[in-house]
Design a protein around this ligand. Structure first.
Ligand SMILES: CC(C)(COP(=O)(O)OP(=O)(O)OC[C@H]1O[C@@H](n2cnc3c(N)ncnc32)[C@H](O)[C@@H]1OP(=O)(O)O)[C@@H](O)C(=O)NCCC(=O)NCCS
Length: 151
């Protein structure tokens, strides 16, 4: 499967919101994605297979840290390397901006996402008690030191 990516734009926001709704118990509505398009510190990338939006990733660029807001792959496109591709895109952007650190948080029970992050050598560095609701659950904090990583 050939995957490409481009920044999220007005044309792709609705598809991104649809995937978000399929993936999360408290999804962002379309308006939140529209708002973040105007945030200069945020970057959302959509993964495309032909013209179809297969997944997305969002980050805040905090100068010396990229903070991953979210990543999701449409259920029909799972296990085909879409999330891996999106993570690689973010890592290479961090590297080219000399950003040394990428951070994220994830539900403790989210084995698929935690395996994805650990496959890139992200290391656990903390826990936020009862961070998520619906259902109530701890967040595990992960970080990746990007400088000197093979990406
Ligand atoms: C987590 C998620 C983004 C993975 O997307 P994906 O495109 O299917 O993942 P990929 O095909 O790129 O897989 C890359 C790696 O992730 C890990 N992985 C992905 N799905 C997995 C699963 N179901 N079980 C265990 N590991 C998994 C594996 O290490 C995999 O590498 P491998 O194929 O060499 O074993 C996807 O399951 C998803 O959208 N989940 C719902 C949203 C979500 O939980 N997002 C994370 C919020 S923190």
């Amino acid at each position: 499967m050939k995957i490409t990516c481009k920044p999220m734009d007005l044309n792709s926001v609705a598809e991104v919101a649809k995937i978000e709704a399929l993936c999360f118990s408290s999804p962002w509505p379309v308006d939140s994605f529209l708002n973040i398009l105007n945030n200069n510190n945020a970057l959302y990338l959509v993964a495309l297979e032909n013209e179809n939006v297969a997944g997305y990733i969002g980050i805040f660029d905090l100068i010396d840290e990229f903070s991953i807001i979210n990543i999701a792959t449409h259920p029909s496109y799972r296990n085909k390397g879409v999330a891996k591709y999106l993570m690689e895109q973010i890592h290479s952007r961090a590297k080219s901006k000399n950003c040394p650190l990428v951070t994220l948080e994830v539900r403790e029970s989210n084995i698929a996402a935690r395996s994805l992050y650990e496959s890139f050598n992200y290391k656990e560095y903390g826990r936020l008690k009862n961070y998520y609701s619906d259902p109530l659950e701890d967040a595990i904090l992960y970080q990746l030191r990007i400088i000197n990583q093979e990406i």
